[in-house]
Design a protein around this ligand. Structure first.
Ligand SMILES: Nc1ncnc2c1ncn2[C@@H]1O[C@H](COP(=O)(O)OP(=O)(O)OP(=O)(O)O)[C@@H](O)[C@H]1O
Length: 581
């Protein structure tokens, strides 16, 4: 409300100033001092208001923007968090929309609110000035207003083009961001240096930038040209008006004050008009940008979720996959082709198979990151599509092949596995012990409170509690394993290649501890190291999206099929290694 009052006041300022100036000049012309006192006093007050008002509106505007920013960021990220699956995040069109929406959320609301207030102020100013002008010359007022129309139309069409250009270039913009982030990314730094990719990536960045810039350049040229032509038109209109005013004054039809007011009003009107058009165009551009925010908000959910959220009972019988078919997209080949599998409660099931067989995909379906294209996954007979994804996931501990390493403390790196347990040091420690991470963490400079980082901190950061310690690959993996183990309500433990980064001794230890822990605990283990899966209650061999063999280690060896062949190959590899040693 205060911003509204300030806006109206600011809008009335220019015409009031013009009128006070006219009174002053007319008063001066009469030569009577008392006639100039009131206008002078008015001008002083107007000057004061003009000086203070922008500070006030500036502050109010900032405050409005800050509040809106908080509100909208909250709204956007709340929405993004309701996309329970992964497919949206693997869709470049959605990612573009999300990037634009995040940008709009931070940057568009400011221009929209301030643009609308500016617009209001300028429209009021314009109305006041045009009224003043109309009193002096209705014809001139009409001409000045008319001359504004082409300016308005031209600006609107230019803005539309600009938005269309930005949308058309989103792929190039995405590539540019991708290449430039690779140049500075710590994870990529090793390979970029080893393969000397710096120049290659830089050329790609500059190439994309050139494409982006050429579109922008064409638009800027067009804008400069149209704006100049229109400015010339305005100048001609005001020039003609001034000539008319001067001749009218010479004829005695206008007073000296009228001419002053006229000149000021024409200049003021044109300035206010240009500003109005600018405001309208900016607000419109911001609105169009903001449309991305609205589009993300109005997207349907990616996974159908049950209407009535219900709790998932603890697992008693087991998990069944019924004729599960899956492909990532209509245009992609089938990854799983009719998988039938039961993971009985309390059993340890191992999944083996060649690269690309679909093992990780099967795990992602169990976590319901996607829904099967055909078939169903049942948890004690309940279709997992009928329970809220969060409920389902709360019942699982999962270590992914591509686990995350967070730039957080060691305790937090484990605690993110169950946010509620973040401050429960005993639980975090128990998980760390199980994962074989406790000794490593305890030996860190600040123990569990040590900041871990993927970026190396120098000795100069020693006193900085935020400076992180860098762990080795296997140490990170143990922490990730601890994270998967920390969940209290966990009924199913899924480990995708849990020991790929562990040394032989550590692998043995981790598997021994997990085996003890696994007793009575349902687990699914994916591993290429067949030595690690031989104790599993059931070994399932996946080939080309189908289950081709299943049984215990001994049964599969006796069968003499794919598993037996793989096992023999690995074993002979070890024997040769031993012979060499
Ligand atoms: N997000 C995805 N979008 C499209 N296709 C995918 C996606 N993830 C995996 N695929 C495809 O699905 C197939 C199976 O991949 P998956 O990761 O499940 O295999 P895997 O058995 O775990 O292999 P590995 O032993 O190498 O880990 C592959 O052909 C892969 O190209």
């Amino acid at each position: 409300a205060s911003q509204l009052v300030a806006t109206v006041l600011a809008g009335l300022l220019p015409s009031a100033t013009v009128w006070a100036t006219k009174m002053l000049v007319d008063g001066l012309a009469t030569g009577r001092p008392e006639r100039v006192l009131a206008p002078v006093a008015a001008l002083v007050v107007l000057g004061l208001v003009a000086g203070v008002l922008p500070q006030l509106t500036g502050y109010l505007r900032g405050e409005t923007d800050r509040r809106l920013d908080l509100l909208l960021q909250d709204r956007l990220y709340t929405r993004v968090n309701t996309f329970h699956g992964l497919s949206r995040f693997e869709n470049p069109v959605f990612l573009d929309e999300l990037r634009m929406a995040a940008q709009a959320t931070g940057n568009a609301m400011g221009p929209i609110t301030s643009g609308l207030f500016d617009l209001g102020r300028n429209v009021i100013a314009l109305a006041g000035l045009l009224t003043a002008l109309a009193v002096l010359s209705p014809l001139m007022a009409g001409l000045v207003a008319l001359a504004a129309l082409p300016v308005l139309a031209a600006r609107m069409s230019l803005e539309k083009r600009r938005i269309r250009m930005i949308a058309g270039q989103s792929a190039a913009a995405r590539r540019q961001i991708f290449y430039s982030s690779l140049i500075t990314d710590v994870e990529a730094a090793k390979e970029v240096r080893l393969f000397g990719l710096g120049d290659f990536l830089k050329r790609r960045v500059l190439g994309e930038l050139a494409v982006l810039q050429s579109g922008e350049r064409r638009l800027d040229q067009r804008e400069a040209f149209t704006q100049s032509a229109l400015a010339a038109l305005s100048a001609a209109v005001s020039g003609a008006g001034l000539l008319w005013a001067v001749y009218s004054a010479l004829d005695g039809r206008l007073t000296l004050g009228d001419v002053t007011a006229f000149a000021a009003a024409v200049a003021g009107t044109q300035a206010a008009l240009t500003a109005t058009v600018d405001n309208a165009a900016n607000a419109r551009q911001a609105l169009l940008l903001f449309a991305h925010h609205e589009r993300v908000m109005s997207l349907p959910g990616d996974l159908p979720t049950p209407g009535e959220p219900q709790a998932l009972p603890a697992l008693r019988r087991g998990i069944e996959l019924h004729d599960v078919w899956f492909r990532y997209d209509e245009s992609h080949p089938w990854v799983l082709r009719g998988v039938d599998l039961t993971i009985p409660h309390g059993a340890s099931v191992a999944l083996v198979g060649l690269n690309g067989a679909g093992k990780s995909t099967l795990i992602k379906l169990l976590c319901r990151f996607y829904d099967p294209s055909r078939g169903a996954i049942l948890w004690d007979g309940i279709d997992i599509r009928d329970v809220p994804p969060a409920e389902l996931r709360a019942r699982m501990g999962v270590l992914f092949q591509d686990y995350m390493s967070y730039d957080l403390t060691a305790a937090e790196n484990i605690g993110v596995g169950e946010v509620e347990a973040m401050s429960d040091r005993a639980r975090l420690q128990a998980a760390a012990e199980l994962a074989g991470a406790h000794e490593t963490v305890r030996a860190l400079p600040r123990g569990y409170d040590t900041m871990l980082s993927r970026v190396f901190f120098g000795p100069e950061d020693d006193d900085d509690p935020q400076a992180g310690v860098t762990l080795s690959g296997g140490q990170w993996q143990r922490l990730a394993l601890a994270r998967a183990l920390v969940r209290e309500r966990r009924d199913l433990l899924i480990l995708d290649e849990p020991s790929s980064g562990l040394d032989a001794q550590a692998e043995y230890e981790v598997h021994r501890r997990l085996r003890e822990h696994r007793a009575g605990n349902t687990s699914l283990l994916v591993s290429h190291r067949l030595g690690a899966v031989r104790d599993a209650d059931l070994i399932v061999v996946l080939g080309d999206g189908r289950i081709i063999e299943r049984g215990t280690h001994d049964e599969l060896i006796a069968l003499g099929g794919r598993y037996a062949h793989l096992f023999a190959t690995q074993a002979s590899g070890y024997r040769e290694g031993a012979d060499l040693g």
